[in-house]
Design a protein around this ligand. Structure first.
Ligand code: MG
Length: 141
């Protein structure tokens, strides 16, 4: 008999949704310089995965959807995040090709195993790309 895994491994969907929730609940207040005019944190998902029938897949491909593009993009940080489950996910060759290309043009690519790693990637990228002008801090510290 096959033994069941002792620990529950959340789906990639749930990990990614947790990152987006953190952006909505925290990041938009913490880094206003990385927000859209409406106040939303500027992050978006690339819809290149998931179940879809052949006709829909062909339409999306015609429109430019490309397999291997990382799951999340934070344009203000030039940061791309490939979401993975905490355990048991592999990076495909198409993904590796995109990562290599994006790094070559100077962007940052992080393969995040779980929401915590993705959140850590966003947080540390913000320290490299100071979202506020230096003058903002004059007299504040
Ligand atoms: Mg993924």
């Amino acid at each position: 008999m096959r033994r069941r895994a002792l620990t529950f491994v959340p789906l990639e969907h749930d990990e990614q949704a947790a990152v987006i929730e953190w952006c909505r609940d925290y990041a938009r207040f913490r880094w206003p310089g990385l927000c859209l005019p409406n106040g939303d944190f500027a992050i978006y998902a690339v819809p290149n995965g998931g179940d879809r029938n052949k006709a829909v897949a062909a339409r999306l491909k015609a429109e430019g959807v490309n397999s291997g593009v990382p799951d999340l993009h934070v344009p203000g940080l030039r940061l791309w995040i490939e979401m993975k489950r905490v355990k048991g996910s592999v990076t495909s060759d198409a993904q590796k090709g995109w990562h290599e290309y994006l790094r070559r043009i100077g962007d940052t690519v992080v393969v995040a195993k779980g929401a915590a790693e993705a959140i850590r990637a966003i947080t540390s990228a913000t320290t490299l790309h100071e979202p506020w002008p230096r003058t903002y801090f004059k007299g504040k510290r």
